[in-house]
Design a protein around this ligand. Structure first.
Ligand code: PAF
Length: 291
């Protein structure tokens, strides 16, 4: 049986207890409305025998003025049951006043990593995420914390923050979980209309095509991008399609082992993002045979 708590002091007591019994802590921060992507993070933490804490907190600071903070689904009972079944030891629903006390005014301002990709259309987004995650990490204390690669820019910014602020948290990146048709799991997929599903797959189709091209020897990012743009369908608005390295998120010209393709789009008001490495095993073999 998992514990379900809101109280901060109770959380600290339960963490102390777990630590005194020799358990290391695994932490999965979420905004709730859990899907299989979140559950795979919880399962991974539990499979490592960590005392697994899931937080469920819809963070107001990462929503822009015209975004869906109020409409964001809050499904606490359902989320608790799912997290418990996936192996969580403790599910924590932080109170807003504990996380953002009335006088609180200090925030985290990420640097250049936040001023590209999703940061261009959502300027306050990553500052809001870094701020809440630093608060949560400081409450949790030393732990392993699990994040999905689907939100790769978030993952990169948080990895940087942990290094920059000497936070005693080890970030563990977990692979993107996909629906049967390849769509990356996201809480927002529920807003997709069935008739839009085919268009929503444009992101993973582009990524697969880029991987195929790289595998076949086309390593020029601008050539690959040109082909992807040519086949990008009408009806889904492309926000970005960028080839970037996997640590600094800097633009790259040629596909290398560290290259990822990042795609962001809008589909009838629904935000979709996806990304993946373009360096497949066969690319490595091809590169070896070319050199
Ligand atoms: O990825 C999310 O669900 C959120 O950005 C996070 C990390 C829980 C911070 O609110």
């Amino acid at each position: 049986m998992s514990n379900r708590i809101t109280d901060l002091e109770q959380l600290k007591t339960l963490l102390d207890k777990a630590r005194s019994r020799g358990r290391n802590i695994g932490f999965v921060p979420t905004m709730g409305y859990l899907h299989d992507g979140h559950l795979s993070l919880i399962r991974t933490s539990a499979s490592l025998h960590l005392f697994t804490v899931v937080s469920i907190f819809v963070n107001p600071l990462q929503f822009g003025p015209n975004e869906d903070y109020d409409a964001y689904p809050r499904t606490e009972d359902r989320d608790f049951a799912l997290a418990q079944n996936a192996g969580a030891d403790l599910v924590w629903f932080p109170r807003k006043q504990d996380i953002y006390a009335s006088q609180s005014e200090t925030t985290v301002l990420p640097g250049s990593l936040a001023h590209k990709l999703c940061g261009l259309s959502r300027p306050a987004f990553f500052g809001g995420i870094a701020t809440v995650v630093l608060k949560l990490f400081n409450i949790m204390g030393p732990c392993h914390s699990f994040f999905g690669e689907k939100d790769y820019q978030q993952l990169t910014i948080l990895r940087r923050m942990v290094l920059d602020f000497f936070v005693p948290v080890k970030i563990v990146a977990c692979p993107t979980v996909r629906e049967a048709d390849g769509l990356a799991m996201s809480s927002r997929n529920v807003h997709l209309k069935p008739k839009d599903r085919h268009l929503a797959l444009s992101l993973i189709r582009s990524i697969n095509m880029a991987q195929e091209m790289a595998r076949a020897g086309q390593l020029s990012c601008s050539q690959i991008r040109h082909s992807l743009i040519e086949q990008w369908p009408a009806g889904i608005e492309l926000d970005y399609m960028d080839f970037r390295d996997d640590t600094q998120l800097a633009n790259v010209e040629r596909v290398e082992p560290s290259t990822r393709l990042f795609v962001g789009a809008w589909l009838n008001g629904v935000r979709l993002i996806d990304n993946a490495s373009l360096w497949m095993q066969q690319t490595t073999r091809l590169q070896d045979s070319l050199s």
